[in-house]
Write a protein that binds this ligand. Structure first.
Ligand SMILES: [Zn+2]
Length: 321
């Protein structure tokens, strides 16, 4: 039996045909035409299913179920996207619409929650029962598999960790609050930290790389230069690790996981970032909680969404995973 996992992001739609062992047999990726509205995007999603099936040299009849990972708050039982600020969607009947064109069992869930399930089933959380995951990006998302069960929350808002207040009078967050975790450790905060050091006249290889145009700086560039030994970039990654670590310590104290997974491109910064995170966790968390907990980078990269979507669909069908 085969499954389709679909990851709908603000930029791209990606669908993959995946077998029971978690192997990707074929996939389709296209730019999501969000500006054209939900109806067009839903049509694109069905196109991506058909293209992925053809790339996998499979037939529609081979597809047992489809899982869809999408940013936002959903009613996963009804298959409705209640609210997705990134897409500008409100109460879009995702599954009922898609099933008119593609009548197979279909399941919709939040992208970070499903990525967490994917890492638990196939990636860095494999073999564990208590797994917490965060994704570091523009915002900070969270998810958890606790006692082997994916958490969704009462209104399927589990877990907006990026909006934990970490510094009450800190920088303003996109949500309107001050000092949220993502306002201190999200993408913009990382870049801002580097720009401030450069504005102070510090010498750094960062300047040449972006040709003195600070707006071109990204966390990935900063992480790269830090690993090449640039002092300013190293400081920025270490300070980022400190702020990430404060939130991680809180989450480890609360959830007592066996493994704490950190995803997002910046998580590939390696030892420099993880060292700073671990030092902060050890300084602030409870030893009985962090002692047995491994803090590790995500293993599936961009595949976590499609693989988690398939795991979600299979669980909802009642298959043993
Ligand atoms: Zn916030």
């Amino acid at each position: 039996m085969l499954y389709i996992g679909c990851d709908v992001g603000g930029t791209n739609i990606r669908s993959a045909v995946i077998d029971e062992s978690g192997r990707i047999l074929g996939e389709a990726k296209m730019r999501a035409l969000m500006e054209k509205g939900a109806k067009v995007v839903l049509g694109q999603i069905v196109d991506s299913f058909r293209e992925a099936i053809s790339r996998a040299k499979a037939k529609k009849e081979d597809i047992r179920a489809v899982g869809i990972a999408m940013a936002g708050q959903h009613d996963s039982k009804a298959g409705i996207c209640i609210f997705s600020p990134n897409f500008g969607w409100e109460n879009v009947p995702v599954i009922p619409s898609l099933q008119e064109e593609f009548p197979v069992p279909m399941f919709l869930g939040n992208d970070v929650n499903l990525a967490t399930l994917g890492e638990w089933k196939y990636g860095a959380g494999k073999g564990y029962k208590w797994v917490v995951m965060i994704t570091l990006g523009t915002g900070i998302g969270g998810g958890a598999v606790l006692d082997g069960k994916l958490m969704l929350g009462a209104t399927e808002m589990f877990a907006e960790v990026g909006h934990m207040t970490i510094l009450p009078n800190g920088p303003r967050c996109g949500c309107g609050n001050h000092g949220c975790w993502e306002a201190l450790a999200g993408r913009d905060a990382i870049v801002r930290r580097a720009v401030m050091k450069l504005q102070d006249g510090r010498k750094s290889s960062l300047l040449k790389i972006v040709d003195y145009n600070w707006r071109e700086l990204t966390p990935e560039i900063i992480a790269n230069e830090a690993n090449r030994g640039d002092e300013v970039a190293k400081e920025v990654i270490e300070e980022t690790g400190y702020w990430v670590g404060i939130g991680v310590a809180n989450l480890i104290n609360i959830f007592n996981p066996e493994v704490f997974i950190i995803g997002g491109r910046i998580a590939q910064a390696g030892e420099l970032l993880f060292g700073a995170i671990e030092r902060t966790v050890k300084a602030r968390g409870l030893k009985a909680s962090w002692g047995p907990c491994k803090i590790v980078p995500a293993a599936l990269g961009d595949d976590a969404g499609v693989m988690g979507a398939v795991a979600f669909a299979r669980q909802r069908l009642g298959e043993e995973l």
